[in-house]
Design a protein around this ligand. Structure first.
Ligand code: SF4
Length: 419
């Protein structure tokens, strides 16, 4: 008799799944599985459908409720699956009344209750506040501070799943993090769709940097504050100042770079060129030498030539990246890039392979720089921990999950540090 959450996709989905679990359980629902889907690639949507079928095979008596970006963008496609009881949109999924009304309709056996409850996400302008008291599975606490996106990168379907950019008021974020610290969390991770779009919809239009400074000022017991992924060229002055001067702000940034070629960046409708990315990385490293960068890079974006791809490969060193997330381009119906001349799939595959190999090379180089040093680690589950610069450390079961410890790094295995 329980509420089970199956979370696919990003950290934002993780936060929202925790909130849905709280709300669904509180409304007395049971024997339901909520599948929180992702739509970032066609493969992600395929995995969501596959997951739903498997859940029904394994637990035929459970009711399956589908939500998340894939359900928001293609509700009818999921409603057409026999395995699915209900499809809920991204806006209503975190609202408590959604779950209490559903519980009531199931108790009343109200067959008039609509199977598809998906509103026009573009009409949503308010951020539906939902707070998580603690994270049951994670030692790091993910905090949703922004949702939606006003940009239209030509390869991206996310705005159609998440709607316009909207921000959580600073006071609410500070309160949320204070509660998570009281619940024992040592690290809070600021999460959103496009974090650097934080604030223009709030009184006084605060920027992400102001939010970061407010959190560190008003939650003095928070040990570690981390920023998930940002568009580096949109980093505001306060944010750059906080990165340089706040030791509790973790020296790790994951950058949404996507390509190292100017023509491709223009065709992606990104807001930066390669020299902007190199300049901001160089400036930030000068301001905080221990800062470590990760980045998202797409291989094989439509019209990407061999030379353009080489520019992406070179960018890895020029921005001194240590962690690479490589995405082989896959067309998403409804995006402008899907209509552009496509790169052959075998070329996409070979470029993604070369980028991943580059990623392994720079990771080893980074790991080697930490051997022999002392590091503060936050212990997660499964014998893994993370340094302040987000580097994985294998600790076996020597430390309690959720605890902070200082350790001497003795070696690495090419993927993780060891102690
Ligand atoms: S900034 Fe671009 S890539 Fe990121 S969510 Fe918005 S449209 Fe997608």
């Amino acid at each position: 008799m329980s509420v089970t959450l199956v979370t696919l996709g990003c950290r934002l989905n993780l936060v929202e799944s925790e909130a849905m679990k709280d709300a669904a359980t509180a409304s007395g629902l049971s024997d339901i599985v909520i599948v929180n889907t992702c739509a970032v690639t066609a493969e992600a949507v395929r995995q969501a459908r596959q997951t739903i079928r498997k859940i029904k095979r394994d637990t035929p008596d459970k009711k399956i409720i589908v939500t998340g970006c894939a359900a928001q963008i293609e509700p009818e496609r999921f409603a057409a699956l026999d395995e699915v009881t209900l499809v809920i949109g991204n806006d209503s999924k975190t609202k408590r009344e959604t779950w209490s009304e559903l519980a009531q309709s199931l108790r009343d056996e109200d067959h008039a209750y609509p199977r598809v409850r998906v509103a026009d996400i573009m009409a949503v302008t308010e951020h539906a506040p939902h707070f998580v008291s603690a994270f049951s599975e994670n030692t790091r606490a993910f905090v949703e501070v922004q949702n939606g996106c006003d940009h239209r990168c030509t390869f991206c379907i996310i705005p159609y799943g998440r709607g316009v950019s909207r921000s959580v008021p600073m006071g609410d974020v500070v309160d949320q993090i204070a509660k998570l610290v009281d619940a024992g969390h040592k690290e809070a991770v600021l999460t959103g769709v496009d974090l650097t779009s934080y604030g223009p919809d709030l009184p006084g239009s605060p920027k992400l940097g102001q939010l970061v400074k407010a959190i560190l000022k008003h939650v003095p017991d928070l040990k570690r504050l981390r920023i998930s992924s940002i568009d580096s060229v949109e980093a505001d002055d306060d944010l750059i100042d906080a990165i340089a001067s706040e030791s509790r702000l973790m020296p790790h940034l994951h950058l949404s770079l996507q390509s190292g070629d100017d023509l491709i960046l223009k065709r992606m409708k990104r807001r930066h060129l390669r020299n902007d990315a190199i300049r901001i990385c160089t400036e930030l490293k000068k301001a905080r030498p221990e800062l470590v960068f990760g980045a998202d890079l797409i291989a094989g974006f439509p019209t990407e030539s061999d030379e353009a791809f080489e520019n992406s490969l070179r960018l890895v060193d020029e921005c001194d990246l240590a962690f690479l997330h490589v995405f082989p381009y896959s067309p998403r119906n409804g995006t402008p890039a899907a209509k552009m001349p496509q790169v052959k799939s075998n070329i996409i595959k070979s470029r993604a392979k070369r980028l991943r190999e580059k990623g392994e090379e720079v990771l080893v180089k980074h790991l080697q720089t930490l051997v022999g040093t002392e590091q503060e680690i936050l212990v997660e589950r499964g014998g893994l921990a993370r340094t302040q610069c987000f580097t994985p450390v294998y600790v076996s079961d020597r430390f309690e999950a959720g605890s902070l410890a200082r350790v001497k790094i003795v070696a690495h295995d090419g993927k993780r540090l060891t102690i």
